[in-house]
Ligand binder design. Structure first.
Ligand code: PMP
Length: 439
């Protein structure tokens, strides 16, 4: 066994020799040594309930996925220039879940690579380079992805939107620019204004990218009608519509397999990442025949690791498990149970301003009576939950949204445990201190 190195030593080495902009979770970082189901375990054998990791889709270290990977790894791993069943099989598994129009796949290694390729496709298909994206959206870590990620370029260390990126306001119907019934139409009108502005400069729109629930924005559900109307506006201008399903895809929404299906639209391109490999780096881009034809303009697309037999064996097994074990249905049942229990908590604790989301992709926003975001309390809550061995994360532009996006195998017992401890911490003095601040 490896020598047990103290957390202090691990931190001090990281500080000296690992990237300076890497961050650590929690005031007192935790070391994890193994995972199983919805749990992670620390070196002392303490288990933590993971309500955050939407990568470990079918459960941490799922035996069938591990076996599919190790069996194939022992046999062969090469690039996709050789014929192999695995890449075809994974394509078939994915196509089965998608609308019939989306039936061409490219395999890559991360969500960033998927969005990078999607934007290349937009440029090849339209000849345009102007992209419309959401405020506080995040689409990946590569150059192009950062250029369309307001979460990064509008945040610390960023330099604002580049010339070819156009940002519509975060479509937050709870506390954003437009609220209430007409919010969807009003935010879509903002998209229209951006299209007009680009056209007035003598250019046209290449593409439009958004997540069906904007995760870094604080689990923001797109208001009703927004996506359908925006797609119409973009398509009328000759643009391409991308649904970033890196977080929302593969059954997590409960009611639907993909997030865009909640809005009765069919994108031209869908990007798929995190859950597809259950922790193994594999991602994909699904597109229409039309987009694929335009992209195949003579330049070969080569990706050393994308679509290799090991990754494809793993991706296929993940999708088979989601289907066979009815995990989309579980996301719906457990997600709705959790949402209704969280709403009961919101009733009891007015600090919870809104509970939102779909399936096992939920958010709890903490505000005071004037809707002022309560960052300190949110941070306290996440850290106190960790003291009780429940892992949660905080997001949103004001750092006041707790995210719940556990492995899809999350059970009712897990949900009850989460609610029990949330209730306990919400009752603590610090969580009510904001009321005293105001008086
Ligand atoms: N798109 C979205 C919506 C994401 O949340 C992320 C990662 N958080 C990415 C793209 C990039 O994926 P990756 O980190 O796998 O490159």
């Amino acid at each position: 066994p490896k020598k047990d190195i103290s957390n202090k030593e691990l931190i001090s080495y990281r500080k000296k020799h690992l990237g300076k902009s890497l961050s650590l979770q929690y005031k007192q970082p935790v070391k994890m040594v193994r995972g199983f189901g919805p749990y992670l375990m620390d070196p002392f054998g303490k288990k933590y309930l993971d309500t955050v990791n939407n990568v470990a889709h079918v459960g941490h270290e799922n035996y069938k996925v591990v076996k599919a990977g190790t069996d194939q790894m022992a046999l062969l791993n090469t690039n996709s220039r050789y014929l192999h069943e695995n890449i075809n099989e994974l394509a078939k598994e994915l196509i089965e879940t998608l609308p019939k129009e989306l039936n061409v796949l490219h395999f890559v290694n991360s969500g960033s690579e998927a969005n990078e390729l999607a934007i290349r496709m937009v440029k090849a298909a339209t000849g345009e380079r102007d992209i419309i994206a959401s405020e506080v959206g995040y689409h990946g870590n590569s150059n192009m992805c950062i250029d369309i990620s307001s979460y990064k370029f509008d945040g610390s260390g960023g330099n604002g939107a580049p010339e070819n990126t156009h940002i519509f306001p975060l479509p937050n119907a709870f506390r954003g620019k437009y609220r209430g019934e007409n919010a969807g139409a009003n935010y879509a009108e903002e998209v229209k204004i951006l299209v007009n502005q680009v056209q007035q400069k003598g250019r046209n729109i290449g593409g439009f990218i958004v997540e069906p629930i904007i995760s870094c924005g604080g689990q923001i559900e797109l208001p009703s009608g927004f996506l359908k109307k925006s797609y119409e506006i973009i398509r009328n201008a000759g643009g391409i519509c991308i649904s970033d399903e890196v977080q929302t895809g593969c059954g997590r929404m409960g009611k639907t397999f993909w997030g865009f299906q909640l809005h009765n639209v069919v994108p031209d391109i869908v990007t798929i990442g995190k859950p597809l490999g259950n922790g193994h780096p594999i991602a994909a881009v699904a597109c229409t025949q039309k987009v694929a034809d335009k992209f195949a303009n003579g330049m070969e697309y080569f990706n050393t690791f994308g679509g290799n037999p090991v990754s494809c064996a793993i991706g296929t097994e993940v999708l088979k498990i989601v289907k066979k074990e009815k995990l989309q249905e579980n996301a719906l049942i457990i997600g709705e149970f959790l949402k209704s229990e969280l709403k009961k908590l919101a009733h009891k604790f007015p600090i919870i301003g809104e509970v939102r989301g779909q399936g096992l992709f939920l958010g709890i926003e903490l505000v005071d009576s004037k809707l002022t975001p309560l960052k300190e309390q949110t941070n306290y809550l996440a850290n106190r939950m960790k003291d009780h061995h429940i892992l949660m994360s905080v997001d949103g532009p004001d750092h006041n949204v707790l995210k719940i996006k556990p492995p899809l195998i999350f059970s009712k017992t897990n949900a009850k445990e989460l609610i029990y401890f949330l209730k306990k911490i919400l009752s603590e003095d610090f969580m009510n201190s904001y009321k005293k601040d105001k008086s």
